[in-house]
Design a protein around this ligand. Sequence first.
Ligand SMILES: Nc1ncnc2c1ncn2[C@@H]1O[C@H](COP(=O)(O)OP(=O)(O)OP(=O)(O)O)[C@@H](O)[C@H]1O
Ligand SMILES: [Mg+2]
Length: 318
Amino acid sequence: MLLSVEDLKIGFGLLEPLVGVDLGVDAGEILGLVGESGSGKSMTAMSIMGMLPLMGGRIKQGRIVFDGLDLTTINEGSYRKLRGGRIALITQNPMTSLDPVVRVGRQIDQASQLHLGLDRKEAKSRTIDLMDRMRIPSPQHAYDLFPHQLSGGLRQRIVIAMALAGDPDLLIADEPTTALDVTVQAQIIQLLVELVRDRGLGLILITHDMGVIAQTCDRVAVMYCGRVVEYGPVARLFDDPRHPYTRALISCIPQLGMAPGTLTGIPGMVPSSQNLPKGCRFHPRCDSVLDNCRLREPPMKTEDGRSVACFLHEGGQR
Ligand SMILES: Nc1ncnc2c1ncn2[C@@H]1O[C@H](COP(=O)(O)OP(=O)(O)OP(=O)(O)O)[C@@H](O)[C@H]1O
Ligand SMILES: [Mg+2]
């Protein structure tokens, strides 16, 4: 595994936004991270990026192993070399990653100068090449533009080029297309998939869109209220979802030709992290709740390459 997160628990004071996060991604593979708003997807990304201390949080338990190195044991100085270098993050809103007063080409240059030690001329030619590969039209011209002179889709391509400038092994894309319209969304996702296939990098794709997951990912981790509740290969998870929450998310994917009124939402609301229910965190919204679910948190059971935290699957049987 290029990256494996093992039994991760994080704390912000008394709050524990993540408990029991287990997942992994290999080189050349796409891991989807899916779940409703507030389920802990971005927190998982921040934990991997080593940004919790900067936000006032800390790792309370577990390991984050990247290429054999446990990142929970390294200091900020070592992390700074990894971040933007071997591990890069693309966020939802490109404007937050771009400096509005610096020409976009220079911003990409800076990443390769910092992480690859290139001089200015080498960096510029690498930048033009990256921009071209991101299918940014007339890269020579676009190099000198400021972020506000580009469309949202082109800005997100610049952000991806910036993330790639340090030649990362692992890319985390946190809702990279949420701010874009659907056609541009599809192009950006396609671009990310090509990068994984061509360059063999590992990609963690964070989205709340099960449709995108089904079409692009190799593996998927379904998160609910700070836990991974189901994890496995994408085809098998969609064919035979085991956690009632996964089933509910899949039933929320709209299909063409569906009769009106057949799209089911998930009843109820995600509980707040200050007020989590006892037992399984999903039980107040679950359509298959057992007595046990109200009393204890179901442990994660792994069998046959698939993991699920649900009492319906205790001992592996359905
Ligand atoms: N800076 C912070 N300090 C403390 N807790 C936070 C902070 N940011 C988020 N949280 C809490 O962490 C939990 C997980 O939030 P996170 O942002 O990871 O969700 P998410 O799955 O990325 O949701 P979304 O789909 O809305 O982006 C939430 O309960 C949230 O309230
Ligand atoms: Mg988020």
